[in-house]
Design a protein around this ligand. Sequence first.
Ligand SMILES: Cc1cc2nc3c(=O)[nH]c(=O)nc-3n(C[C@H](O)[C@H](O)[C@H](O)COP(=O)(O)OP(=O)(O)OC[C@H]3O[C@@H](n4cnc5c(N)ncnc54)[C@H](O)[C@@H]3O)c2cc1C
Length: 354
Amino acid sequence: MDNTPTDVLIIGTGLTGLTLAYLLKKQKVSVSVKLIEARDRIGGRIHTCYLQGQAPQEMGATWLGKKHKALISLLGELGIEQFAQKLGTHAIYEAISTSPHQLVQLPPNDEPSYRIKGGTATLINALAQSLDSDQIILSQIVKSIELHGERLEVISDKKRFVAKKVIATLPPNLFVQSIDIRPRLPAELLQIAKSTHTWMGESIKISLSYQQAFWRAPGFSGTIVSNVGPIPEMYDHADNENKYFALKGFLNSSYFSLKKAERLELILRQLEKYYGDQVRSFLDYQETVWRKEVFTYATYENHILPHQNGGHPIYQQAFLDGKLYLSGSETSPAFPGYMEGAVKSAQYVFQQLL
Ligand SMILES: Cc1cc2nc3c(=O)[nH]c(=O)nc-3n(C[C@H](O)[C@H](O)[C@H](O)COP(=O)(O)OP(=O)(O)OC[C@H]3O[C@@H](n4cnc5c(N)ncnc54)[C@H](O)[C@@H]3O)c2cc1C
């Protein structure tokens, strides 16, 4: 074991962890910073699938709005552009299973959503590129954190790390359920963390890429809103240059226990109602069942509501003699659960560390 403590050890390479590392790198004072990541990839809940000759397919975070000022400013600083989500003038709307779907006119959109040019992972990759290659350590599942005098020991499934400060960026419920902390964290924090909702943790993201955007033909639309399902909403997911085409949306989360092929068949049957059998000539199908992602989702002890305890004031404190911060999007008082919350949370911890 190397006993030289790292000044700041960040657990997780999602948007929070990478933004914090980027901010620390940018400041003049030199501090040693390492990031430990359980997955074999960076990005956490930001996961863009790139396949040759196809539109980047977002399995995680996709949209931002003008109100997400910290995120927009970070994108600007990194020279990353955004483009408006294509909605079109009409949507395919299915109100009830006993009536056929209709094409309805969409009302004017006062608050358009934007996507990141090149895919959301462009942001993650730009942040990672600002760091030294040895700062990020992948495939290390943190199992416990122990306070030993002036330092913390972070023990993964493979190694023991020593640090002066530790920043955990896992969703709070996952953090307290999967990492053993010695001495125990205050009971109040444990209880709040266990009932903090992990935003989108139950969702199923689906994407089908195609050679042609047949949904753009007159009388059709790539915007789908259905009360019948199993796809409640779906959108045109072409790349920003309109060169490669895809439809992307959500599948009703109760289908998590089916096999991938069974989910795909249900999806195709719904899309067939709207567009005919051309939906079966897709180039690729991607899905992520986030409930099955063990480095995102942990079951809850009690029933909880969306965004419950997001941005709770307890997350603004440090624990273990001021050496451990619980960070991550869900801990941010502003926009908890969203990418904006992740950037804000990184900025808050950065200020505390200064
Ligand atoms: C399907 C979906 C759609 C979304 N859509 C949007 C959207 O359109 N707009 C928006 O603003 N937000 C959206 N979000 C939310 C957005 O993705 C999150 O707010 C943001 O990415 C959270 O970043 P984070 O770094 O705080 O957490 P995470 O991305 O969850 O990062 C935590 C990191 O910790 C790692 N980790 C976990 N356990 C361990 C361990 N034991 N040891 C080491 N590492 C560990 C994880 O692998 C992960 O990399 C969406 C999320 C999902 C899942």
